[in-house]
Design a binder for this molecule. Structure first.
Ligand code: HEM
Length: 132
């Protein structure tokens, strides 16, 4: 069976309202990440435009939006940052809390949490996998 655009199920990305909703979520998420000195520190030497791009891509990826990403792979970009599990979990919480605050439905939140679990191994430093 061929899945056409007409009968393909809407992605979470589409259901929450696409790019403009992601943009709104980025603003809120960004505030939370930067208000926490622990997560803010990782972005100290990263320019503002990259930070926003980072957050928008992170959201689009976890919401199953269009994959137009041509940057480095998740592991390549994050392994040098030596991110421990605890910091990863915290940033993931900022993301899910942001989405909940924006009224994103529970089934989407649950899937976002699943994706966060799936990509954790690529983002968290290989030397830090067993804990914080
Ligand atoms: C689901 C989780 C995440 C996703 C999908 C994600 C996605 C990305 C992407 C696509 C990039 C750009 C790579 C490039 O430009 O080549 C990036 C860079 C970056 N990420 Fe993440 N990220 C995640 C979690 C995190 C966490 C938890 C932190 C910090 C605690 C973090 C900190 C950074 C930093 C500092 C950069 C810039 C690295 C550099 O410019 O060298 N990310 N991330």
């Amino acid at each position: 069976m061929t899945v056409t655009e007409e009968n393909a199920p809407a992605s979470h990305y589409d259901r929450i309202g696409g790019a403009s909703s992601v943009k709104a979520a980025v603003e809120l998420f960004y505030d939370k990440v930067l208000a926490d000195p622990v997560s803010a520190a990782y972005f100290a030497d990263v320019d503002m435009a990259s930070q926003r791009r980072h957050l928008a891509m992170m959201l689009t990826v976890v919401l199953g939006g269009p994959n137009e990403y041509t940057g480095r792979g998740l592991a390549e970009a994050h392994q040098p940052l030596n991110i421990p599990v605890a910091h990863y979990v915290k940033v993931g919480e900022y993301l899910t809390v942001t989405l909940a605050e924006l009224g994103v439905p529970a089934d989407i939140l649950a899937d976002v949490q699943t994706v966060l679990g799936q990509v954790q191994g690529q983002v968290v430093s290989a030397g830090n996998r067993s804990g914080a």
